[in-house]
Design a protein around this ligand. Structure first.
Ligand SMILES: [Zn+2]
Length: 137
């Protein structure tokens, strides 16, 4: 039978390791979300429930392709948090928010280039002006 301490988040040791905590509300994840929103030029608060966090991303965009682009970015953030978290826990890596941001910018750029044939900006352009290129989708 698992012990209670086995359910505590190994990154912050503050709360139970639920999906919402792991990917959104753990201080580690929260800092990544805030850095991501800053990069995207978005001012927001994080909703309490994980599903609302996902749905909130549909409100930043108006066209169908813009919503799809925002979801690609959301998935890149989630995937980068998950990957970096696993590296910290299983490979004794260090918390490096800048590395996670670099990773999610690269992943979202690659995935957007694969999904939208007109998404032709360079990685540098994506990293420096993401809201412009999301608005052009
Ligand atoms: Zn935590």
């Amino acid at each position: 039978m698992p012990e209670l301490e086995d359910a505590v988040c190994p990154i912050c040791l503050l709360e139970e390791e639920t999906p919402s905590h792991l990917l959104v509300y753990c201080p580690f994840a929260w800092n990544i979300w805030m850095a991501s929103y800053k990069w995207l030029g978005i001012s927001t608060v994080l909703p309490k429930e994980g599903i609302n966090h996902f749905l909130q991303h549909t409100f930043f965009c108006w066209s169908r392709n813009q919503r799809r682009g925002a979801w690609v970015v959301w998935i890149a953030v989630i995937w980068s948090i998950w990957s970096h978290r696993n590296a910290i826990i299983f490979k004794e890596g260090d918390i490096d928010i800048d590395k996670v941001i670099d990773d999610l910018q690269f992943k979202s750029w690659i995935w957007l280039r694969g999904k939208f044939k007109d998404f032709g900006c360079s990685l540098y352009e994506w990293q420096t002006h993401p809201s412009i290129y999301l608005s052009l989708l």
